[in-house]
Design a protein around this ligand. Sequence first.
Ligand code: SF4
Length: 184
Amino acid sequence: MPGKAFLTAEPFVPDRLTLAELPTAVQGCKGCDLYKYATQAIAGEGPSTARVMLVGEQPGDREDREGKPFVGPAGKLLDKALEDAGISRQEVYVTNAVKHFKFEERGKRRIHKKPSVGEIEACFPWLGGVRRLASSNCCVSGRHGGARGAWQRSQPDAASRRILPAPEWSGGHRHRASLCRAAQ
Ligand code: SF4
C-alpha cells in the first residue's frame, strides 16, 4: 500500500522570496489540502524592519474574503491590544501559522476549524521564509502550540527563539517598553 504523501509548502516557496512577492507567491501553494476550499491565501503584512512578529493560528472568514490578515474580530482584538501597549500596527509583522482559512460549512455560515498539526507543519516553509526576510526576533503568539512550534523552528539559533504568549503582554500587563526590550 503506498505511504501517505508528505505535506509541505517547500516546493512552492521561491528560492529568492521577497516580502513584496509573498502575497502573489503564496497563492500558488498546494502544500496541503486547505487551498482547495479557501477563497485565497492570506500572506503576512508588515515592514521588514519589524522587531516583533505576531503569529496567529489561521485567517478567519473576513480575512479569507478580503485577502488581508487580521481584519476580522481577531484583528479588532489585536488592534486594541496594540493600542493598549502603545504600539502601532505598522511596527509589527502579522501573519498566521497556516495561510488558508480552514472551516466547515453550517448552512450559510463558515465556522472556523482548527488546522491540524500536519497542516501547520506543511505551511511552516512560508513562516520560515518570512523569518529570513524580516528582522523580527521576538514572537507573540496565541495559546495554540502549533504557531509557537512553527516560530521556534523558524529561528536560526536557540538564543533568538523568544516567544511571548499573548496574555502576558496584552491586557495591560505589558506595554511598549517591555515588549521592545524583549525584542532586542
Ligand atoms: S495552508 Fe499553507 S501549506 Fe497549506 S496550501 Fe495554504 S499556504 Fe500551502
